[in-house]
Structures are given as structure tokens and as C-alpha cells.
Design a protein. Structure first.
Ligand code: 16G
Length: 238
């Protein structure tokens, strides 16, 4: 291992981040590992560590066997914490938004009712919108809320952050169970997300609970796979 390993990869990460913000274009390749080793006078391990951190930062992405490229500025790296869409986007220095919002009161279908601990047919509020980062579409989001959780005039205006709105009502999301699946978009979804039909996407389903274990939302988001990734800290169990 080369000396001052930590200092070197942090310095490299900062330098490459600065190069990206001062003009490298999205999808432009970074120099090869070998070139980076020579330029920075560091080991392959240091280069790999710096690049891995830049991937976690959402600034670059790597293609196996091909190299490392500058990420699209609208790339979001999602961690395991229970955050809102708005928080995820703000963390990357972008502005969250929502468009094509539709709100309806409906009787709950059996699966939604089960997840929300309601009887089938109980009233729910269904909120559907396209979520954006700096105006670019990132996902189609659908949320079902127990109708008695929110006031009757809920979402008559556009809701920007649902979690902020719930928080104003004294409802704080505490934990969630979430499932992520790979999928492709259909023609209608492709138009909403501004991608080609059958492009890759992540389908993410979440049931969120308040501190008293009451289910407060069932949510489904369909994320563009080219603008979203999931980054986890994982620990080897005992
Ligand atoms: C995310 C959540 C959704 C939540 C929303 C709140 C997933 C799959 N979905 O989209 O459950 O309602 O964030 O974001 O993670 P907001 O406060 O910006 O509206």
C-alpha cells in the first residue's frame, strides 16, 4: 500500500470532482486506471478507492470492462435511510419537483387495504405524479394514503413534498419496508419519463409506518435506471 493512502484517495476524489464541475461532460470517459495511476503517482488500489467514492457520490458511473464515465447531473444515489424524494434530490444539490399531479379518493383495492391495515373498500387518497430533479423526470410515483389520515381538502393545490405535508399534520414516517425490482417501462411510462419505450427501470414499492406502527402510506415509484442507483453500507454479520 502506498503511504498516506487515505489522504491520496481523498485528494484524488476532490480533484476529479473539481474537474467534473469545471467542465467534464456527462458520459465523457475518465482516463484509464493506468493513466490515473501515472497522473496522480498512486497505486491501483488508491485509484479504485477514489473512483468507488465518486460512484457513491453519484458523480461517475462505471461500466464493467469498459471504464468510468461522468454521470448525468440528474443521477441520484439512494442510500438505505428512510428519506423522501425531495431529500434525495436536494442532497445531490438539485431542486425537486412534481408535475402531472392527479389526486383521487378511491375505495382501497384488496392489496392496498391489506398493506394499510384497512378493510377492503375503505376510502384512500391516491396521489400520482411525475417527480423531477432540476426539471428532468426521474420517476413516476404513486402513493395511497388512508383517507382519514389527511384533511378533506388535502392536495387541492399541488403537493411538493408529501413528507413535509404529513409532518405539518403531525405524522412522521418512522420506518418502511421496501422492495426493489428490475423492470422496463411501457409506452405511456416512457413518454412520461422521456425515455425510449422498454428502457430499463427500477420498480420500488414501499409501505411506510409511523412510530406507533400505524401504516401511513403505500407507495410505488418507477425510476429511470439511467438516473438512479442504490448505494448501501453493508456489514458482515456475527
Ligand atoms: C419517495 C417514496 C415515497 C414518498 C416520497 C415522499 C419510495 C419508493 N417512495 O418517493 O414513499 O411518499 O418519497 O417524497 O422511496 P416527498 O416528500 O418529496 O413528496
Amino acid at each position: 500500500m502506498d503511504g498516506n493512502y487515505e489522504l491520496k484517495y481523498e485528494a484524488m476524489r476532490a480533484q476529479i470532482a473539481a474537474d467534473i464541475s469545471s467542465g467534464l461532460k456527462p458520459h465523457e470517459p475518465l482516463p484509464s486506471e493506468r493513466k490515473l495511476m501515472a497522473t496522480y503517482g498512486v497505486s491501483r488500489m488508491t485509484v479504485r478507492r477514489a473512483l468507488a467514492l465518486l460512484v457513491d457520490d453519484g458523480l461517475v458511473y462505471s461500466r464493467r470492462g469498459s471504464g468510468t464515465y461522468v454521470a448525468d447531473p440528474a443521477m441520484i444515489s439512494k442510500s438505505l435511510s428512510l428519506t423522501s424524494f425531495s431529500e434525495d434530490v436536494r442532497e445531490r444539490g438539485m431542486t425537486p419537483g412534481a408535475r402531472s399531479q392527479q389526486v383521487r379518493r378511491l375505495p382501497a383495492e384488496a392489496d392496498v387495504a391489506a398493506d394499510l391495515a384497512l378493510s377492503p373498500g375503505a376510502p384512500v387518497v391516491h396521489l400520482e405524479r411525475v417527480r423531477t430533479a432540476d426539471g428532468l423526470p426521474l420517476c413516476i410515483e404513486e402513493v395511497w394514503l388512508p383517507a382519514d389520515l389527511v384533511p378533506a381538502n388535502f392536495a387541492e393545490g399541488a403537493v411538493t413534498s408529501l413528507y413535509d405535508t404529513l409532518s405539518d399534520l403531525g405524522i412522521e414516517p418512522e420506518m418502511a419496508s421496501q422492495t426493489i425490482r428490475a423492470t422496463v417501462v411501457n409506452v405511456e411510462q416512457a413518454t412520461q419519463l422521456d425515455v425510449a419505450p422498454h428502457s430499463a427501470a427500477f420498480s420500488v414499492s414501499r409501505t411506510t409506518y409511523a412510530a406507533n406502527a400505524r401504516p401511513i402510506e403505500r407507495a410505488h415509484s418507477l425510476y429511470r435506471a439511467d438516473r438512479y442507483d442504490f448505494t448501501f453500507s453493508i456489514h458482515r454479520g456475527a
